[in-house]
Write a protein of this length. Structure first.
Length: 368
């Protein structure tokens, strides 16, 4: 049986002496002898190189007063958390409960935070957010560039947040950030089969360019802003184009597009959106309607060609009639015209003229 026990405590260690499960004292650096014939003593040697003193009987050790001037002791309530720095480097966040940190070997600094305010704001938030197991106590949110965040706490709107990093304590209230893209975005409204007023089925492809103007309204009015804008644009297309016949629509597409844009703009404002543009990209007709319109177009072009041809013929006949009248009223002009004709005939071949009795020349000229 060992009556005397020896305990060696190094310079960076501390001995915790218990007797029959009750804490008695701290053993400092050095060699310690204890008389223990009945084996009632237990010594636990802990290292101060790890400042955090985690022990199942920490409350007994603290209540004994042995840690006074030897350790930082924190007793956190349910509404408190503590930030811990070791050697000027952030270490971790402490939950509610009793905690102790040795101060003999390393510099330990703590900061108690009240979590009644659900949002956690700190000048060292970035380093705190990178710490180990921080996600067990904090919700970390990052709002990207060209985005905004709509903050709700327990379902109530709080504020709209700018780009940046945000943190919220877990366990107190439910914090939720809805991130919204503030850049211009396009929505394709494709494959819309619409019946015009004269019962012709068209297939339209439209495009809407929009930008979020009021993020709170956008989040509160709909859970999917793209789908909501798609649906509203679809209804506007059917209302505007369905009230016109095919010819009216095709002949004045700019007016139709403007009316569509005005209606979409009015509905999008209720969703917190700003419309940059609305346009009809494609108009697709049924196959038989295409053939029919092609034939109509062809017939129109043929009629236009015939009309132009008739106009030219009429102008030519009118010119000939005017020339004949002028020659009839002016014999000298008529004579000059006869000589020009005779000259052209002579230039195109060999012409022999034999003149005999008096008056034969006039007869030949008349014959020619």
């Amino acid at each position: 049986m060992v009556l005397l026990k020896r305990y060696k405590i190094r310079s960076y260690e501390v001995g915790l002496l218990f007797k029959e499960g009750e804490f008695r004292e701290l053993l400092e650096t050095g060699t310690h002898w204890r008389f223990d014939p009945l084996g009632k003593l237990q010594v636990e040697i802990v290292s101060q190189r790890d400042p955090w003193l985690a022990h199942e009987k920490l409350d007994l050790i603290v209540n004994s007063g042995a840690l006074k001037d030897r350790a930082v002791v924190l007793d956190l309530t349910d509404e408190q958390r503590a930030l811990v720095w070791i050697e000027n480097r952030f270490s971790h966040i402490l939950p509610p409960g009793l905690h102790a940190f040795w101060t003999g070997q390393k510099d330990v600094r703590t900061e108690i935070v009240d979590i009644k305010s659900v949002r956690f704001e700190h000048e060292n938030l970035k380093s705190i957010a990178r710490s180990v197991r921080v996600d067990t106590l904090l919700d970390i949110c990052q709002i990207g560039r060209d985005h905004t965040g709509v903050l709700f706490i327990d379902g109530q709107y709080i504020k709209t947040l700018a780009p940046g990093q945000y943190a919220f304590w877990k366990g107190q209230s439910v914090a939720r950030i809805v991130e919204i893209d503030l850049r211009e975005t396009m929505v394709d409204v494709g494959g819309q089969d619409i019946i015009t007023a004269d019962k012709v089925t068209l297939r339209l492809n439209a495009v809407v360019t929009y930008q979020v103007e009021d993020a709170r309204v956008t989040v509160s009015r709909t859970d999917d802003v793209r789908q909501a804008l798609y649906r509203e644009t679809q209804l506007v297309l059917r209302a505007v184009i369905g009230s016109r016949d095919l010819d009216t629509f095709l002949n004045d597409k700019e007016a139709v597009a403007k009316e569509i844009e005005e209606n979409v703009l009015r509905r999008a404002k209720d969703l917190g959106l700003k419309i940059a543009s609305v346009g009809i990209r494609d108009v697709i007709l049924p196959g038989e309607m295409k053939d029919l319109m092609n034939r109509v177009t062809e017939a129109k072009k043929v009629a236009e060609a015939n009309l132009i041809s008739r106009r030219e013929e009429t102008a030519a006949m009118r010119s000939q009639a005017n020339t004949a009248k002028l020659l009839a009223d002016n014999p000298v002009l008529m004579r000059l015209r006869e000589l020009e004709v005779l000259e052209k005939i002579a230039a195109n071949g060999k012409l022999n003229i034999v003149l005999g009795e008096k008056g034969l020349t006039e007869k030949v000229v008349n014959l020619l």
